[in-house]
Design a protein around this ligand. Structure first.
Ligand SMILES: [Fe+2]
Ligand SMILES: [Fe+2]
Length: 272
């Protein structure tokens, strides 16, 4: 299968890039399955039902969330009505929605999508992602019930993301990091056959501080004093993520490549 993952959609700039470019990329690159992280799509904080619909309509098969999953309160009820939205597996036992679900592509191939939150440097202490992922990966082995598995590991530390990659190596087609909004140049297929990238980067305006208009973050860094709210930067966004080709028989990744399309970042992606 040809699978693409796109990192955190950041505000209006990120949403516009998705609606403007994803339909074409899906066709040009003959993508079978697309997963998009939408945790910052609504003004940088959470995902409203309308913005979730826009991302799905543009060509995402599944939208993942993150620590900002329920910043938009409407998501608390909407997530139970829209099965194509996945929240972190280890968010809270009380949270609505699901952290893992099996989906089908247009040809009926099964794709497991899972999201977990890390623990290092996160604002809240979430439950252990390793045991949570282990249980789900054992329940849906690749090459059997599912043809491919994608794990979105949402956390701050590259060390923890890499550890999750190796922990899932051979048991997932793709392990890709989100949350830090800057793509790392370590896209690779691990020894056991899992495509990995520590951070997919954001779909947002990179002339910013991780997607926020840079004046207020700079003020806070320089003076230590807040004066205004953070607002998403509104220049042209770069769509940023990972493209992976997998083997249907084993679920393992054959090849992978970083995706960077439009906006300020140097461009990358599969040849048309
Ligand atoms: Fe996050
Ligand atoms: Fe984010």
């Amino acid at each position: 299968m040809k699978i693409m993952f796109l990192g955190d959609v950041m505000g209006r700039a990120g949403r516009s890039a998705i609606t403007d470019h994803l339909p074409r990329l899906r066709k040009d690159w003959k993508l079978d399955f697309v997963v998009v992280n939408g945790e910052n799509a609504t003004n940088g904080a959470g995902l409203s039902p309308d913005h979730a619909k826009a991302i799905l309509d543009a060509g995402a098969d599944v939208v993942t969330l993150g620590d900002h999953a329920f910043d938009q309160k409407d998501m608390l009820s909407f997530i139970d009505k829209e099965p194509r939205i996945i929240r972190p597996l280890n968010f809270s036992k009380a949270s609505p929605g699901a952290g893992a679900r099996v989906f089908s592509d247009a040809r009926g191939r099964k794709v497991l999508v899972v999201q977990a939150l890390g623990q290092v440097f996160m604002k809240r202490p979430f439950n252990d992602p390793f045991s949570a992922l282990d249980a789900v990966l054992k329940q849906y082995p690749m090459g059997g019930q599912v043809q491919a598995t994608l794990v979105d590991i949402h956390c701050e530390a590259t060390s923890e993301k890499m550890a999750v990659g190796h922990y899932c190596d051979g048991r997932a087609s793709i392990v890709v990091g989100t949350h830090t909004h800057v793509p790392t140049a370590d896209a690779m297929v691990l020894p056991g056959g899992t495509a990995f990238q520590s951070d997919a980067g954001m779909c947002g305006d990179y002339n910013s501080v991780i997607g926020m208009e840079k004046t207020e973050p700079l003020r806070r860094f320089i003076t230590g004093m807040p004066k205004a709210r953070f607002t998403p930067a509104e220049g042209e966004a770069t769509l940023s993520g990972l493209y992976v080709e997998t083997d249907d028989a084993t679920g393992k990744a054959k090849t992978c490549m970083m995706v960077r399309q439009g906006g300020a970042l140097s461009q990358s992606g599969p040849a048309v």
